[in-house]
Design a protein around this ligand. Structure first.
Ligand code: PLP
Length: 415
């Protein structure tokens, strides 16, 4: 009955036994207790669907040839192919690809690149600017850049100071005014473009993103786009930055990079950032590595993912999913039990109105259990219910999800 496994973001004193997941297929998970519709893409990583045949095939083929190999002093074809493939589809001017193994490490790499950029030019700048409610990962550096709260209160003494922009409301004048104040002399601004994921699926406009980028340019402040969640179609375009027509100086990718099949991350940067580290002086080396940097099997899975984007009508699927989400959200748009009904690309979210904030802490897990009992994997952020399924989800499957959301409003809403 008792397991030695310590699960992530889990209070074991309150959580029951974890259902064992045995198989996955398309939008479905098969657990020991029955099937679950994976309406959050297994924590935002699965894009096309579980076990896409071309990705599975690429993983098998690569595993037969080359497994892990040291990446300092060596290279391999999957890493080379993937880097060229990413440069070809990423916003213009991104020219170099640094591999790591998770979203958090891709952001750590980005922050280190930014500081190295300034230090190597003997113009040391170290201030990082970030958005209120941001989430950039769970390592000490990325927690520092992220919002402070119950999740990192215990580690606060170790976190470094970050200048914070108010989350954009309306036209975002306060945000821009704060950025104008802080950008001068800052090393970098880091943002989740268009949607703050773990911060509650909060949306802001492409216009504002564009203005923030312009302001950074004016002050020479580097612009880091954390597209760990938004990348690979989530927001309706391949990358969220496209909607603002901007190229960040540094771009972080992870979750959907391998279609969600294997852990892999990439931090892309402009020639200027690379050049600042390019020198006969060894002290200007970019000093970062993780053991599994550019794992060949993960890179092969990512190359297969890029091929799927080329060969299959993924953009059409993403657009169709967005339209289906919009149709189903319509029923909640005048419903007084909900507020902030919103959508961006394939991501739909709505807040269940619960006047007693003291109740909020326990609401998320209660809702999660309610949805599980109805065969749907949803994991609300407090009272924010969001639906972020893999792109293979069908209209009938999406109906199951929204029937469950409607039922939750009856069970939990208006309390
Ligand atoms: C998930 C996420 C991360 C962290 O990625 P991990 O792979 O979990 O380390 C960083 N930034 C954003 C925006 C994310 O959504």
């Amino acid at each position: 009955m008792t397991s030695p496994v310590w699960h992530p973001f889990t209070q074991h004193a309150l959580a029951g036994a974890m259902p064992r997941v045995d198989r996955s297929d398309g939008a479905w998970l098969e657990t020991e207790h029955g099937r679950l519709l994976d309406a959050i893409s297994s924590w935002w990583v699965i894009t096309h669907g579980h076990r896409h045949p071309k990705i599975v095939e690429a993983i098998k083929a690569q595993a037969d040839k080359l497994d892990q190999v040291i990446f300092a002093g060596f290279t391999h074809q999957p890493a080379e192919d993937l880097a060229r493939g990413l440069i070809a589809i990423a916003p213009a001017r991104l020219a170099h690809v640094f591999y790591s193994d998770s979203g958090s490490t891709s952001v750590e790499v980005a922050l280190k690149m930014a500081l190295g950029f300034w230090r190597n030019q003997d113009k040391p700048r170290s201030r990082i600017i970030a958005l209120e409610h941001a989430y950039h990962g769970d390592t000490v550096g990325t927690m520092s850049a992220g919002a402070r709260g119950v999740f990192n209160a215990a580690y606060e003494p170790l976190l470094f100071d970050v200048a914070r922009l108010p989350f954009p409301e309306g036209r975002g004048c306060d945000t821009l005014a704060a950025l104008e104040e802080l950008a001068k002399g800052a090393a970098a601004l880091i943002v989740e473009p268009l949607v703050l994921g773990a911060g509650g699926m909060r949306l802001y406009s492409a216009e504002l993103l564009c203005k923030m980028k312009a302001l950074c340019e004016r002050h020479g402040t580097l612009f880091i786009a954390d597209e760990v969640m938004t990348g690979f179609g989530r927001t309706g375009t391949l990358f969220a930055c496209e909607q603002a027509g901007i190229t960040p100086d540094i771009l972080c990718l992870a979750k959907g990079l391998t279609g969600g099949s294997l852990p892999l991350a990439a931090t892309l940067c402009t020639p200027e950032i690379f050049q600042a580290h390019y020198s006969p002086d060894r002290s200007r080396t970019f000093f970062h590595s993780s053991s599994f940097t550019a794992n060949p099997i993960a890179c092969a899975a990512a190359v297969a993912n890029l091929q799927i984007w080329c060969e299959e009508p993924v953009r059409e699927r993403v657009a169709a999913l967005g339209a289906m989400q919009e149709e189903r959200l319509a029923q909640f748009r005048g419903d007084t039990r909900f507020e902030n009904v919103r959508r961006l690309g394939t991501i739909a979210a709505l807040d269940l109105k619960v006047p007693d904030p003291g109740y909020l802490a326990g609401l998320g897990p209660e809702l999660t259990a309610f949805f599980h009992a109805r065969g749907v994997l949803l994991r609300p952020l407090g009272n924010t219910i969001y639906v972020m399924p893999p792109y293979c989800v069908t209209a009938a499957e999406l109906d199951l999800v929204y029937d469950a959301v409607a039922a939750a409003a009856v069970g939990f809403g208006g309390m």
